[in-house]
Ligand binder design. Sequence first.
Ligand code: GLA
Length: 665
Amino acid sequence: MTGLDDLTRPPGRPPRLLYGADWNPEQWPEDTWTEDLRLMRRAGVTTVTLGVFSWARLEPEPGAREFGWLDRLMDLARDHGIGVVLATPTASPPPWLGRLHPETLPRDEDGRTEWWGSRQHFSHSSEAYRRHAAAITEDLAARYARHPALVMWHINNEYCTYDWGDEAARTFRTWLQDRYGTLDALNTAWGGDFWSQRYADWDEVLPPRRAHYLRNPAHVLDFRRYTSDMLLDCYRAERDIVRAHTPHLPVTTNLMPFWSGQDGWAWAAEQDLVSVDVYPDPAAPRAGAHENAFLADLTRAEAGGRPWMVMEQAAGAVNWRPVNRPKPEGLNRLRTLQAVARGADAVHFFQWRASRQGAEKFHSGMLGHSGPRGRGFRESVRVGADLARLGPRVAGSRLPAGGVAVLHDWDSWWAQRHEGALSDRLDQGELVRTWHRALWEAGLPTTLAHPHHDLTAHPLVVVPHLYLLDDTALDNLRRYAAGGGRLVCGFFTGVADPDDRIRPGGMDARLRALLGIDRVDEWWPLETGDRVDCGAFHGTLWSEELVPAPGAEILATYRGGELDGRPAVLRHGPTRYLSTLPEPAALRALLAEAAAEAGVRPVLAGLPDGVEAVRRGGLLFLLHHGREPVSVTVPGRHRDLLTGATVDSALTLDRFGAAVLEEQP
Ligand code: GLA
């Protein structure tokens, strides 16, 4: 078993897309349970996630076990033909754990304790936490390993805790000893001679706690690497326990959407299927459409192109924005179909039935407070019917390989976001989103990639901003371009090595040779709202005092101001270098031109504004993110799998409408 394949192809039955939600029936009287299951059947639900926050129920006091309620639920799910994604309950320890073992509670950088009373109040470094988490995981896995309803494991939930406490100080030192071996090597890597920071004893090394002034960036960078690794270690420990009982079942943990704390590439490599939580703001449908597409492309890339899972999205409103709007009619369906178009084989929601109590009582569910007659539930039924229709043709299929690859790496993101930076407006994550959005708006097939990945399948690779690049990445980019690949590289890239030491010349010499840059004399960050005239477009956020190398062609020049007459955009062989961030339309045009040169075409030419086209498994998905009806021209004859209608060269998409077209002979 290596993922969703066996779940989406039940023996003797046609392939299916999984559809379901977190189900928290322990919050409800038992007489609602069968009603829930009956309504799930009506909505076409295939699978539910049970037990995410159930530790205090399962283990009401240390060492006790209360499995009866879960036994009944597992049996009921089996009787109704619903599969169970069983969660280990370790994201929210019971209050007794904190009371008996205060060291399980994390501390922030000011030394303040994060108490129980909410959730995720555990230290990744606490031996007591890990011991208790392993024990409940072991018993849960042993009890349900052979239960016919069990189809998948869900470990913990959104691993996201930092810890600056004493337990963390201990494991941080061990992590550093593994990385550096000796204190001398650590002092060298961290530049210990700056501000007298040389350590004489390992016990002096602490997590980067509150300090008088700027902290050592290499120290902070290693703390971020360490935190991602420690949380991953917690995941692995539980994964290995459940795997030993059920080697045939996939194991996952739900990643937070493009969260800076988890190295998504490293985490994905440890999962049988990659799952992610997706919550674009329904108040801004167009921006949300891009966010959904971006997260889908990232998750699919993390999954190595294989089908992936939306572990959570909201059927309507969330309850954690300052103002929480519901999804307007049709948007839930559109977002679900968009995730499927971009490679998801499973779409789950948080949560099945909206809670009446607790911090999330205003969060939507597939079954909202208005009940089975409410709009939300009716839409859940409609979405389920659509997925059931698509499953046999879509499940297990992939998107075409190739297209444009956008490079992203957490290591660089962590290093770049430092308090002593040249500009606190610069954020790699935001730049990656911005460049991806330009490609998405240009209708180009796009994915993400790590700078170490084999890039040869991509005729065009773009680097929005990678401040830190190691030698492997730099050599990879050089080889890629030498082999005929085309590269568009954004500013302030290749500046630092893996110890966050500035490369000689301020930019790696190999990269300068590749991009046709003799040197960067000065970096000139811009204020928010500032625009710098580059002739055909305006630049924002950043600019550079560049000296081109012989052979570089100047495509755009700064006009006015200190950089008047200096190059803004260079072309050198198969590469382009952007020393500023062009405004959105200009960035879109520039990337579209580079794509055209590289032979990457939009998925479908001539689309009306707001319509997205995606090809998956030989089907053409058309997704309309606007409210006014539009007419779309599609050459040839097709059948719309959602309606069964024949489409002869054109169709109309209504507000938030979608079509899934199969070519007809
Ligand atoms: C996260 C969590 C869920 C729930 C939702 C609410 O994704 O994993 O338990 O709190 O947020 O949006």
